[in-house]
Design a protein around this ligand. Sequence first.
Ligand code: GLP
Length: 259
Amino acid sequence: MRQPFEKGRVLVRIEIARDYEALSERAARLIADEIEARERIVLGLATGSTPLGVYRRWIEWVRAEQLSFAGVSTFNLDEYVGLAPDHPQSYWSFMQEKLFRQIDIRPSNVHIPQGNAEDVQAHCAEYERQIRAAGGIDIQILGIGGNGHIGFNEPGAEFGGSTHLVALAESTRRANARFFKKEEDVPTHAVTMGLKSIMNARQILLLASGRGKSEAVARAVYGDVTPDHPASILQLHPNCVFLLDEEAALGVTEGERTR
Ligand code: GLP
């Protein structure tokens, strides 16, 4: 593996698509090609609104019998604590509705952290064990929070963290309140894959759309690598692509950012 501080090393690759639809098409195609090329593949999936365009395309292609998830296993990044899986706002429900129920994936190949585990610590350790047992994550999809969070790794998150319990930043709770009836309903805690779990993926595809993400993206690409901006850790990953639409890319230039 290349050394993180080697001169000339590619820190991240930046691809810019015209708009959200073009970005979704590109990401969906890229991963579908990998699914088709391999007998088995492990995907790391994200919630939030950004990956929805990708999921919609996969559903269409499965319906048209152009794509099959029969050989795919998935691990989701995170889940709210205190919500049972069948709670309408849980990430479990979100993923069932937006993707899993509409594709031919085997339910036993779907993994999502549980928000109501009796022993959260034990559950987190078990989740990590399941990722390892599946052979690790081949391609991890990420969104990015306005404060640079990935998964639910908020500013200050440990770079060495595995799946763990976190308190959500107020800004994150506010941003996610749109999915709940009122802000007080947004859970205060979550279980998330840690930055180390994310960095262990063989390939990372970070998707960002809209002007609201442009600063967080620019800081992740050009800023210091610091826990204050968790997405900046991606500069240390050997195979990470930022796939952006023009608005999210306002602060960056297309191509490779090298050291
Ligand atoms: C949530 C999720 C993240 C996601 C982020 C951005 O907090 N836990 O995984 O990347 O929001 O969401 P959106 O794509 O809706 O902007």
